[in-house]
Design a protein around this ligand. Structure first.
Ligand code: SF4
Length: 372
């Protein structure tokens, strides 16, 4: 194999194979990956613009029965720090979001064993009525699966009920690495990779907006990462063909582990997380391997910091992510993550990196009352 030929294929919108992906990931110089990823980004999206979203992450409950080894967010129901947010708190959080020009909430939580479908339907209908201008992207596939178990219903029935109450999108959380070889080791009680994809396919069929994510740094091999890309790319092709609706974006970030059970296991010392170079290589490889089926790829400022997020814009990313306003899950796994960013600072960072900041909504169309 010859890496320039493989990169050439990708830049010319031909799929590269699993073996070619592994070879590129292991052998190609980072600068060559950067150049190819940037060429694809320039072809797929406006080269002078970088988008961002004003939204808020809301974690409605931290009660969870799944105890993933990389999580320091969840609590058992009898723990003194366990919570379920009230409507009053939700109202306050959303009003603050609207006050800074926010257009969306991304609401996710743990796998609560006692919150049944009625609770979710009530919250969604209330949110839809009280805040009609706010997009409601809520509940990742593993939360949907938890509801399927609690209600003894299939995912399509659950999703249809949630859509009826106001749901507009499913966040791409909980994908971590979709290769079950890794999931079995770090989150054996969480849904499998195929189940995550199955629920996303149903969401595509029902017209929901979805995104896809990836977490690197569990001590996995390059082959596990390429398998993750391949599973997403296959699903993307399938969903585009069948429903003309598929993942709107992809985002990857390195595992934050310092305060988690996984991070505290001494045999993992030096094996977890990712360096800046590893993150940028993975980002460029995502742009290359997912081509030509993905348009939007996000940089991750909360985990990588603002400077690396700026650099990511020349490694295939065309989006700076969102303000989030608060982040409670990833940030509880480490003392080093950034929890929020102000809109003016996002615009400044994008401008400093040489691009025009464009405020978007979930589907990447321009926000009506653009801040930029
Ligand atoms: S990552 Fe999510 S599913 Fe896993 S323990 Fe934490 S809250 Fe529960």
């Amino acid at each position: 194999m010859h890496y320039p030929d493989i990169l050439n294929k990708a830049v010319n919108d031909q799929e590269i194979s699993f073996d070619e992906g592994v070879y590129l990931y292991k052998e190609a110089p980072l600068e060559a990956l950067q150049e190819a990823a940037n060429q694809i980004r320039i072809k797929k999206t406006n080269p002078s613009e970088v988008t961002y979203l004003i939204d808020r992450n809301i974690n409605y409950t931290n009660v969870c029965i799944t105890n993933c080894k990389f999580c320091n967010f969840y609590r058992t129901g009898d723990h003194e720090g366990a919570y379920v947010l009230s409507k009053d708190i939700l109202r306050q959080k959303i009003e603050e979001t609207i006050a800074v020009g926010g257009t969306r909430i991304l609401m996710q939580g743990g796998h609560h064993p006692d919150l049944k479908l009625d609770w979710y339907l009530d919250i969604l209908s209330w949110l839809r009525k009280e805040f009609p201008s706010i997009e409601l992207d809520c509940f990742s596939p593993s939360e949907i699966d938890n509801l399927c178990v609690l209600e003894n219903q299939d995912a399509e029935t659950i999703l249809k009920a949630l859509i009826g109450a106001g749901l507009q999108g499913l966040p791409g959380g909980g994908a971590e690495l979709l290769d079950d070889e890794i999931r079995q080791k770090v989150s054996p009680k969480k849904i499998s990779g195929p189940r995550w994809l199955e629920i996303m396919e149903i969401a595509h069929k029902l017209g929901l907006k979805t995104s896809s994510s990836m977490v690197i740094g569990f001590g996995e091999k390059v082959e596990n990462r390429i398998k993750h890309f391949q599973l997403l790319r296959d699903q993307q092709k399938e969903s585009l063909k069948k429903y003309n609706n598929a993942f709107i974006a992809f985002i990857a970030w390195p595992l934050q582990y310092e305060l988690t059970p996984l991070g505290k296991q001494s045999q993992n010392e030096g094996k977890l997380g990712a360096t800046k170079e590893d993150y940028l290589r993975n980002l460029a490889m995502a742009r290359i391997f997912l081509n030509p089926y993905y348009t939007n790829i996000q940089a991750s400022w909360p985990t990588m910091g603002f400077k690396v997020a700026q650099e990511a814009l020349s490694y295939g990313a065309n989006d700076f992510g969102s303000t989030m306003l608060e982040e409670n899950v990833v940030s509880q796994a480490s003392t080093k993550t950034h929890k929020y960013i102000l809109v003016d600072d996002i615009c400044k960072l994008i401008t400093e990196a040489g691009y025009t900041p464009i405020q978007r909504v979930t589907d990447y169309s321009k926000a009506q009352s653009s801040h930029s």
